[in-house]
Design a binder for this molecule. Structure first.
Ligand code: AMP
Ligand code: ZN
Length: 117
């Protein structure tokens, strides 16, 4: 738990969210400002400031592994496991990260095309 972190407050239940998946180490919620019919944020329950924090500890690597392990269930829950989706991580200022709690955007529900930007 990091003070003043909006996602830590969502994880603790202090701020409401629309949960689509949860297990002991991972939470997936609907993004409040969706850019596609499916726009989910997948986050570790433990606070990591960014993807760059992960490699600093075995616990970080284990938490990232748990998050990746949950993806098939999350994709199935959202109905995009067959159609496909895009997984995005924004890191740092120029990477467009606005919430400093590691998260992955899972976007789909329409044809996203090949473009990355
Ligand atoms: P990023 O720019 O990668 O840090 O993405 C942050 C994302 O969090 C944005 O897509 C926001 O729409 C989303 N967001 C911000 N506050 C909330 C919230 N309270 N509940 C759900 N999504 C949020
Ligand atoms: Zn946090």
């Amino acid at each position: 738990m990091s003070q003043n972190c909006i996602f830590c407050k969502i994880i603790s239940g202090e701020i409401p969210s629309k949960k689509v998946f949860e297990n002991e180490s991972v939470l997936a919620i609907e993004d409040v400002n969706p850019v596609a019919p499916v726009h989910i944020l997948v986050l570790p329950k433990k606070h990591y400031t960014s993807i760059l924090d992960i490699a600093a500890s075995e616990a970080g690597l284990a938490d990232l592994s748990q998050l990746m392990a949950a993806l098939p269930q999350i994709a199935e829950e959202l109905g995009v496991e067959e159609s496909g989706f895009r997984l995005i991580n924004n890191c740092g200022e120029e990477g467009g990260q606005t919430v400093m709690h590691l998260h992955f955007h899972l976007i789909g529900g329409r044809n996203l095309g090949p473009g990355l930007i």
